[in-house]
Design a protein around this ligand. Structure first.
Ligand SMILES: Nc1ncnc2c1ncn2[C@@H]1O[C@H](COP(=O)(O)OP(=O)(O)OP(=O)(O)O)[C@@H](O)[C@H]1O
Length: 237
């Protein structure tokens, strides 16, 4: 088992504080959800973990006890932490196959592509299509498949359901649910979609204005409508 541990993480954009003293842990084989309203700091937390240069962060992030704090963003993937940003940045002029090929890392197994295609089934029939020809749901599936090509131990998924129809969200949920066991990886997923996160996660954290205000299991959260009302907007439930 490997462990990604975030301790006392705070972050600022210039002088604007966006995250204050957040701590959490993700182990391989499990999924941890981060819920919160728009602007709660979910994306900032993921960006801080990968040392995104847009912000200045303090606190500690370790993988199996080794700090990531001084690792440049482009090298974090080599430490086994893959970021899937919320805007699905695939290379639109390239085919899906090329997008996957580019992301392959030295960590990848010889049969990584076959394993990835087996785990995100939608992607196999898209291999020859170009990025700009894909729907939002197809792009999201390709973005996740691309991250898996680097054979990560941890996948940071930023609002994967954003802008997707309920049917596509359901398919995405089925694919993501299989990943921790198939690849022995840990997932940290941010969402506004309460149902999606409570269906997938082993533990949930709620962020509010940059601070973690509640942590518990999905069952505990479902039993607390007061928390849901206080910290999540109507559309998020
Ligand atoms: N590049 C940036 N420069 C300055 N402030 C930023 C920047 N990105 C985010 N912020 C601010 O940081 C705070 C946290 O934003 P963040 O994007 O992390 O929230 P979020 O929970 O991911 O919200 P959303 O669901 O809208 O993506 C907000 O107040 C936001 O306005």
């Amino acid at each position: 088992m490997r462990e990604l541990i975030v301790t006392g993480l705070s972050a600022k954009y210039g002088l604007a504080v966006a995250l204050t003293d957040v701590s959490l842990a993700v182990r391989t084989g499990e999924t941890v959800g981060l819920l919160g309203r728009n602007g709660a700091g979910k994306t900032t937390l993921l960006k801080s973990i990968i040392n995104n240069p847009e912000l200045s962060a303090s606190g500690e992030v370790t993988v199996d006890g080794t700090s990531l704090r001084k690792v440049p963003t482009y090298r974090v993937a080599r430490r086994g932490v893959a970021w899937v940003p919320d805007n699905r940045r695939i290379f639109t002029a390239l085919s899906v196959e090329e997008n996957l090929h580019i992301a392959r890392s030295r960590r990848a197994a010889p049969d990584q592509l076959e394993r990835v295609l087996a785990s995100v089934p939608l992607v196999e029939k898209l291999l020859k299509r170009r990025g700009f020809e894909l729907s939002g749901g197809e792009q999201q599936a390709v973005t996740i498949a691309r991250a898996l090509m680097s054979a990560p131990d941890f996948l940071l998924l930023d609002e994967p359901t954003e802008g997707l129809s309920p049917l596509i969200v359901e398919q995405l949920q089925e694919s993501i649910a299989r990943l921790p066991a198939l690849f022995d990886l840990g997932i940290l997923v941010t969402e506004q979609n309460f149902r999606f996160v409570t269906a997938l996660a082993d533990r949930v954290h709620i962020l509010e204005t940059g601070s973690a205000v509640w942590t518990g299991t999905p069952d505990e959260l479902v039993a607390r409508p007061d928390l849901i009302n206080r910290h999540l907007s109507v559309g998020e439930k």
